[in-house]
Ligand binder design. Structure first.
Ligand SMILES: [Zn+2]
Length: 60
């Protein structure tokens, strides 16, 4: 497996659990998330992530 293959796997993984601190802050409530601080993208803590999913699942 080449380095490029490894990068593509990382990019295609939406939520890569961090091995440990530092964690990225939740973009909504600023609490620590399960994402690594180096994570590029929207980082939500489990609570906000769940609320986002609930909101997205509700058509009304
Ligand atoms: Zn949050």
């Amino acid at each position: 497996m080449s380095d490029e293959d490894y990068d593509s796997i990382i990019d295609s993984t939406p939520a890569t659990p961090a091995d440990g601190p530092p964690y990225a802050e939740c973009v909504r409530c600023r609490k620590p998330t399960e994402y690594p601080a180096a994570y590029r993208g929207v980082t939500l803590c489990p609570v906000c992530d769940w609320q986002e999913a609930e909101r997205g699942a509700c058509p009304g």
